[in-house]
Design a protein around this ligand. Structure first.
Ligand code: ZN
Length: 507
């Protein structure tokens, strides 16, 4: 960091230790990236062990009492600095993570980690076999362990709060309940109105689109919106993700379906949105805990902003649709931009969250959030979960899954993680994306015109200046207040959905 020369020697020592831990974590991330992209199958058993070893070393180094002592000794130094100075922020964020990490005994972490792997293996068998009874005992243990994990953080208002805190710090179950109930109240009638009209025709998106052409086109798009290939790369994988080893090396992965043009294209824009955030973090933070996104909600707001508010907008395709038609002349040559725009924004009641449109997406998340709370509270047993799942799909989306594979077993989260805190980040991301974007357009009304012309610099620079560069310096609440002048609100998202979809489907 810039002003290090004048710094307290203990601060320098803290910084050195944190950078060493970051090096180990980045090495683990690279091993994981390799595992998910190019590693031959034979490498799996050793790779699992290598990753576990590196992560354990990083955890031990971070929870070393020496770090706790340094953080305590640095309190007066931190107090002498301004809150948003880089040094004070680094000490503050390191202390928050340290306090959280030392609350959980290492033996519990090991047990949880082992159970997660076993549970994931069971899910990988149970889902194709459509047999919930295979995962049920694992999920029962996951629920016990999740409760135990929450118990290491006494004083909570709701048992889910400490679990939510891991991914969306400071967010509470009670606040989320209000948010989800408000969303449901607004979205259910909108879905009613839209689905009572003839559905958009998207059959032409499911013709044959060769993989190499799709990859080439996605690459052209994400490069144009600002993903820097000199500090990143894109490779193929099963479940797309973004990973960073340093601000100079932030990689994305994608998957392409030759019979579905939207999948690869929008998932590439989504992951590029995550990656531009990480590429934009101030280089002064390199190697420190400040060099990452704030929370799962804020991260998701950056991917969804590019994927949906920009990537599914009419103006975006005014610029790119003629190019897309040029690439797939036979398939799209006779399809008008209006028809294309309607198809990529088709709204339908569906069973699968990851395929859901912008309007129904948060209803899928609400169901999962409510079920997590009910299980943690003890009012819903794991045995009764499939039935409760189907009942909620019937009441909220008017559909009942024919199988548990496309019902309660569709998402991996509960089967490879914990129960509690797994899903709210998606909805928080959607809400924040609309809130940030509304502010960006108020301040720079020329952004939509620039987008139509294929110029993304004004938007990218605004995000860089207001969000990206700060890394983890501010909490999600602080960032929202600083950038938009308001706390988190559902209203910008509702305004956005109403505005966009009332044009597509007269209401
Ligand atoms: Zn994402």
């Amino acid at each position: 960091m810039k002003s290090l020369e004048k710094s307290d020697p203990k601060f320098l020592e803290l910084n050195t230790r944190l950078t060493e831990i970051d090096d180990i974590e980045s090495a683990a991330a690279l091993l994981h990236w390799d595992q998910a992209t190019y590693m031959p199958a034979g490498g799996a058993p050793a790779r699992g062990r290598q990753l576990a070893t590196l992560r354990q070393i990083a955890h031990e180094k971070f929870t070393d009492p020496v770090i706790g002592q340094l953080l305590e000794d640095l309190k007066p130094y931190e107090d002498s600095l301004s809150y948003d100075s880089n040094e004070a922020s680094l000490i503050r964020i390191a202390r928050l993570s340290y306090n959280r990490s030392v609350c959980v005994p290492a033996s519990f972490m090991a047990e949880l980690s082992q159970h997660r792997s076993a549970s994931y293996e069971a899910w990988a068998k149970a889902r194709p076999a459509n047999d919930f009874t295979i995962v049920q005992p694992y999920l029962e243990k996951t629920l016990d362990l999740s409760r135990e994990l929450a118990g290491f953080f006494p004083g909570y208002e709701h048992i889910a709060d400490p679990l939510i805190d891991f991914s969306d710090a400071d967010m509470k179950a009670s606040t989320l309940r209000q948010i989800f109930s408000r969303l449901r109240q607004e979205l259910v009638p909108i879905v009613e109105q839209i689905t009572s009209q003839p559905a958009a025709d998207d059959a032409f998106l499911h013709q044959h689109f060769p993989e190499t052409k799709q990859l080439e086109f996605s690459r052209r798009i994400i490069e144009r919106i600002g993903y820097d290939f000199k500090r990143g790369r894109q490779d193929k994988t099963l479940h797309p993700f973004m990973t960073r080893f340093s601000t100079g090396d932030v990689r994305i992965t994608t998957r392409v379906y030759e019979n579905d043009l939207g999948q690869g294209l929008f998932s590439s824009i989504h992951e590029a949105g995550h990656a531009m955030y990480e590429q934009g973090i101030s280089r002064e933070f390199e190697g420190t805990p400040l060099a990452s996104g704030v929370s799962s909600g804020v991260h998701e707001s950056q991917s969804r902003l590019w994927e949906n508010l920009v990537g599914r907008s009419r103006g975006f395709w005014e610029c790119f649709y003629p190019q897309l038609q040029g690439v797939f002349l036979r398939e799209l040559g006779n399809i008008s931009i209006h028809k294309f725009y309607r198809a990529i924004n088709k709204v339908a009641r569906s069973l699968i969250r990851t395929d859901a449109d912008e309007v129904t997406y948060n209803l899928h998340v609400t169901i999962r959030f409510d079920l997590e709370l009910a299980m943690l509270e003890g009012s819903l047993s794991v045995r009764d979960l499939p039935e409760a799942w189907n009942e909620r799909y019937r009441s909220d989306l008017g559909l009942v899954p024919a199988t548990d594979s496309e019902g309660v077993m569709q998402d991996v989260h509960w089967y490879s993680g914990v129960i509690g805190g797994m899903f709210q980040g998606y909805t928080l991301g959607n809400l924040m994306s609309a809130q940030f974007y509304e502010t960006a357009l108020n301040i720079n009304p020329e952004i939509p015109v620039d987008i139509e012309r294929g110029n993304f610099t004004s938007l990218h620079q605004w995000l860089q200046e207001n969000i990206y560069q700060h890394g983890r310096k501010y909490t999600a609440d602080e960032l929202l207040e600083r950038v938009t002048g308001s706390p988190l609100s559902v209203e910008p998202f509702i305004r956005y959905i109403r505005g966009k979809y009332s044009e597509l489907y007269p209401m």
